[in-house]
Design a protein around this ligand. Structure first.
Ligand SMILES: Nc1ncnc2c1ncn2[C@@H]1O[C@H](COP(=O)(O)OP(=O)(O)O)[C@@H](O)[C@H]1O
Ligand SMILES: [Mg+2]
Length: 379
């Protein structure tokens, strides 16, 4: 395969913040970017050279889009693989349908991981109240998750061992789900990997993640609570997943660190990940540049970190009814970097941007990031 060189046009399915940060890196590297999504006035569209506004099942538009780009990548996994099959007739799609098909559906994802011999939370596939009841008997307390189209805790319900399977299943409103036993974890962390078509791979170090209301809140790197042996094991597992799924591009695995300091896979995202945003400021080569390099067949960059870092997400909740958060106060510490995604509408729970702080230690970086976010509320 010959490399897709700067000057070429890169296609992006999806137009949110991940597509935006991809487009910024791609344009810095001298590429043109076309985005495709059903939405107008989007974070990615704002920095792309062109936007295609159409549904993912609009095959005529997909074909027209494909004919304007040299390769297609994606920023989220909830796209019907049929769209990828259509695009693939005209242009390389990276990652391809196998990675997407596996990662977008919890039942397929969990089953694939089990078949790869990799540790996951104990789980049962559930298609009925009876199956749910049996799963509860075996696993006790757990979380019921819809098989398809879930994100940021949507489509999930935590069940006590006494929860009535019949009424839970009736209200859950899906015909396929995964019931997972509750993992007693020491912490959550993620590993981001990148792989080229030729099979070259690079792995970032572990990032430790804390969630609030099922949405990522804080990421720390290097992960303070994850022992080096667990980081290495998690990196090996990420390598196996990328190889088995023949992933070309960036892939993130969310892990639990269990009571024995062993990594257990929670879920796979076949794309750059919120926990990797700190790589923009803290690493020589960020996850979005790696995505560009991987899909274009360029040599991968180093995953080496320059300095300890902390990232805090900025949700719409931080916005006052009138006006803006206090950006001046947050930036008064010169080690704080601000990233905003260009979203007009600051709804509660909506990811509007993030702050990254660097420091001599992760603890110092976290203190800086947290106090910068707090100062956004100063009037
Ligand atoms: N089996 C489990 N045991 C304990 N906690 C869990 C389990 N599954 C999910 N969680 C918690 O819920 C969060 C969201 O679940 P996840 O499967 O990652 O869904 P999402 O797609 O919404 O990110 C996880 O980050 C973790 O904090
Ligand atoms: Mg998750």
């Amino acid at each position: 395969m010959s490399a897709i060189l700067p000057g070429a046009t890169l296609g992006m399915l999806g137009s949110g913040q991940l597509g935006r940060m991809f487009a910024i890196e791609a344009r810095r590297l001298g590429y043109r970017v076309h985005v495709f999504s059903p939405d107008s006035d989007t974070p990615a569209g704002e920095v792309a050279n062109a936007s295609w506004i159409a549904e993912y099942d609009d095959e005529d538009s997909l074909k027209e889009f494909a004919n304007t780009v040299d390769v297609v990548s994606l920023e989220f996994e909830n796209i019907d693989v049929q769209a990828l099959h259509v695009l693939e007739q005209y242009v390389p799609v990276r990652p391809g349908p196998l990675t997407l098909h596996t990662a977008q559906h919890r039942a397929r994802e969990k089953t694939a991981l089990r078949n790869m011999g990799l540790a996951t939370a104990p789980f049962h596939l559930v298609h009925s109240a009876d199956e749910l009841s049996r799963a509860q008997q075996e696993l006790g307390e757990g979380i019921l998750k819809t098989a398809a189209w879930g994100y940021d805790g949507k489509g999930q319900q935590r069940l006590s061992p006494q929860a009535d399977a019949k009424s839970v299943w009736q209200n859950f409103g899906t015909d396929e789900a995964v019931f997972e036993g509750l993992v007693k974890f020491r912490c959550e962390f993620s590993v981001i990997g990148v792989r080229t078509e030729a099979g070259d791979m690079q792995l970032y170090g572990a990032v430790e993640n804390a969630h609030a209301n099922h949405i990522l809140d804080v990421s720390l790197a290097p992960a303070p609570s994850v022992p080096e042996s667990a980081v290495q094991r998690a990196q090996e597992m990420t390598r196996v997943v990328m190889e088995k799924l023949d992933t070309v591009g960036v892939l993130c695995i969310e892990f639990f660190l269990d009571e024995h300091d062993e990594p257990i896979i929670n879920e796979i995202a076949p794309r750059p990940h919120n926990s990797g945003h700190l790589t923009i400021d803290a690493h020589y080569v960020c996850q979005f540049e790696q995505q560009v390099r991987a899909i274009c067949g360029l040599p991968l960059g180093t995953t080496q970190q320059r300095q300890p870092a902390a990232m805090v997400n900025l949700l719409g909740d931080l916005w006052p009814v009138h006006g803006q958060p206090n950006w001046v106060a947050a930036l008064s510490n010169p080690l704080v970097k601000l990233h905003l995604y260009g979203k007009q509408d600051a709804r509660p729970g909506r990811k509007m941007g993030h702050l990254t702080a660097l420091g001599d230690s992760v603890a110092a970086a976290e203190t800086t990031a947290q106090s910068a976010r707090q100062s956004l509320l100063e009037r």
